[in-house]
Design a protein around this ligand. Structure first.
Ligand code: SIN
Length: 310
């Protein structure tokens, strides 16, 4: 089952040598499949769930996507799912789906850095590789397949704004590669617990009423004014991307403690590309090894599940 959501993989440019001046989300998922001759030998179904540039991914689309993925996962004839997506927020959608569905079959998200019209488009090979992993049906959970590598939803990050090999895992935790239609695992393939991890009914309320979780950074001169502005605006949770091991300027920490005192949940992550924030009783709560954007999703889901904590 291949679900389309848009992205550069479905993008087109008027000039084949133009890798950046294109419109994302122009081709339907059926057109993407038709452009890959080996896929004609597969038993595939396709569904267009959305058609957007993933910078504009939103909670309403996540609600729909989670429902459609859950629906197809239940079908005994479906071995696995592929989702085509934009690269820009792919890691957030991957983590969200893993957390809310904890699928017992492979759900493989892929994308492209070059539009479908580019001289060296990367989308068709990425999609073919994603189908290879999904069709094998043997690795449960949400994965990202990109540039021949397989990453877990929990660890994958977009690490380059332009290069075709744009994804990596924190601490180098690449799980496997796809080579000529064969998946080669570097370690035992992950045996994640299959769902239900999350009550999907909780996602069905209007996306406009989902908890507001915002992000702030520690940086030179961080004085807490952004936190106070967010408190004035109304916020349910705050993820702070601290420096190093989640350290915060005295002023920023004071503002975050004020937020906590007002009932706002605060999670401390790091703006470093890799590594955890080690927990301590004295410090604000740690997000562990989650990147700031994934910590935001974790806090959002926690607040959806436990509204009393708000
Ligand atoms: C997007 O994220 O939808 C556009 C950028 C990309 O896919 O690389």
């Amino acid at each position: 089952m291949i679900l389309g959501t848009g992205g550069t993989i479905a993008g087109t440019a008027s000039d084949a040598s133009d890798n950046v001046g294109y419109q994302a989300a122009q081709l339907g998922v059926g057109q993407l499949i038709a452009a890959i001759p080996p896929l004609a030998q597969r038993r595939l179904e396709a569904e267009q769930v959305a058609q957007l540039d993933s910078k504009d991914m939103d909670f309403t689309t996540w609600q729909l996507l989670a429902e459609r993925v859950a629906f197809h996962l239940e079908r005994p004839e479906v071995a696995g799912l592929v989702i085509t997506h934009g690269t820009d927020t792919l890691e957030e959608t991957a983590y969200f789906l893993q957390r809310v569905l904890a699928p017992g079959k492979p759900v493989v998200i892929t994308a492209a850095m070059r539009p479908a019209t580019a001289l060296q488009t990367d989308g068709p090979q990425n999609l073919l590789d994603a189908v290879t992993l999904a069709a094998a049906g043997s690795a449960p959970g949400v994965f990202v397949v990109f540039a021949g590598s397989i990453y877990s939803a929990e660890q994958v990050r977009k690490v380059h704004s332009y290069r075709v090999d744009a994804f990596a895992s924190a601490d180098g935790a690449r799980l496997a590669v796809v080579e000529e239609g064969v998946v080669r695992w570097f370690a035992a393939r992950p045996q994640r617990d299959a769902g239900p991890a999350f009550d999907l009914a909780l996602l069905r309320r209007s996306a406009l009423t989902w908890p507001r979780v915002q992000m702030v950074f520690n940086h030179v001169g961080a004085d807490g004014s952004v936190v106070r502005a967010l408190l004035a605006h109304g916020v349910d949770g705050l993820v702070v991307a601290g420096t190093g091991n989640g350290s915060l300027s005295q002023s920023l920490e004071a503002a975050l403690r004020e937020a906590q005192a007002q009932g706002v949940r605060v999670l401390r992550s790091t703006r470093c590309d890799a590594g955890p924030v080690t927990a301590s009783n004295e410090a604000l709560p740690s997000a562990g090894a989650l990147s700031p954007v994934k910590a935001r999703i974790a806090l959002l889901l926690d607040l959806l599940s436990n509204p009393a904590q708000r």
